[in-house]
Design a protein around this ligand. Structure first.
Ligand SMILES: [Zn+2]
Length: 270
């Protein structure tokens, strides 16, 4: 059994990493004043940590991190300060997929055009093979109950459950780690804080690359008879590129932590 001191120090490390994740996602414009990251509690899998209702770039101490039950997204401490209304995105994903350890929900502008068009987001480069063949889309309006607030937010357990389902194939296996949300943003899952942050950053990056490539391709069509369209990653390359980003994730992570520690905007006292 782990000594109490080593348990608390591992939780301290997790919280410091978590706050760095908030800052990195803000620094990379994946989160602005909105959006959030969460992490499952490694000591008890029926709760998870998420910031209180504050812009991610301003999260600065362990007191800013709240603990919620996976089952109903209720705060473990009933006297907790207010949290994010969309925490049901996180709770329902943790409830449905025991293997998920961290979730990022983002409104990144580069991704939004793919949420409101029928254009599929496809993996364009070796850093984004984790996207799979194409990225799933979710339209919340298909699931509103009669009295639901229609502001596109995932405000309750029922909408959260329907959203979490959209990560699955019909046989209930995971389809992929990213789902686009119409007129709203995207959500990405990972096996660690570092992995979910990495995937969120490279989902936004992939969207920028795809948009640029489609514009170049469109301007060339008609003028260049040999234009064969866009050359996305091939299906046979998806597993190995995903594995490559898995083993290399700590290289960018260490750089990103250093960046947010030295810019002067962010504080991390955890
Ligand atoms: Zn949102």
């Amino acid at each position: 059994m782990m000594a109490e001191s080593s348990i608390s120090s591992s939780t301290d490390v997790l919280k410091r990493t978590f706050i760095s994740g908030c800052h990195i996602l803000h620094h990379h414009r994946v989160l602005d004043a909105y959006g959030h990251i969460s992490v499952r509690n490694p000591r008890r899998h029926d709760t998870f940590f998420m910031p209180r209702n504050l812009a991610p770039g301003l999260i600065s101490s362990a007191e800013d991190i709240l603990e919620y039950f996976v089952d109903d997204a209720a705060p473990v401490d009933p006297l907790s300060p207010n949290g994010y209304v969309e925490r049901f995105i996180h709770s329902e994903i943790y409830r449905r997929y025991p293997e998920v350890q961290s979730v990022v929900h983002s409104h990144a502008p580069s991704v939004l055009p793919y949420t409101i068009t029928d254009v599929e987001m496809r993996p364009c480069v070796h850093m984004s093979g984790f996207l799979g063949q194409s990225v799933q889309k979710f339209d919340v309006s298909q699931f509103y109950a009669k009295d639901d607030t229609r502001d596109l937010l995932i405000r309750n357990k029922s909408l959260g459950a329907r959203f979490a389902e959209s990560f699955s194939r019909p046989d209930q296996t995971l389809h992929g780690p990213v789902v686009l949300m119409r007129g709203h943003g995207f959500t990405v899952i990972g096996g660690s804080i570092e992995e979910s942050v990495f995937r969120a950053i490279y989902t936004a990056e992939n969207a920028r690359i795809q948009t640029t490539a489609m514009a170049i391709d469109a301007s060339d069509r008609g003028r260049e008879p040999d234009n064969k369209g866009l050359h996305y990653l091939q299906d046979s390359e998806l597993v190995d590129t995903t594995e490559m980003t898995r083993w290399s994730v700590m290289r960018p992570w260490k750089l990103w932590v250093r960046e947010v520690e030295t810019t002067g905007l962010y504080e991390n006292s955890a």
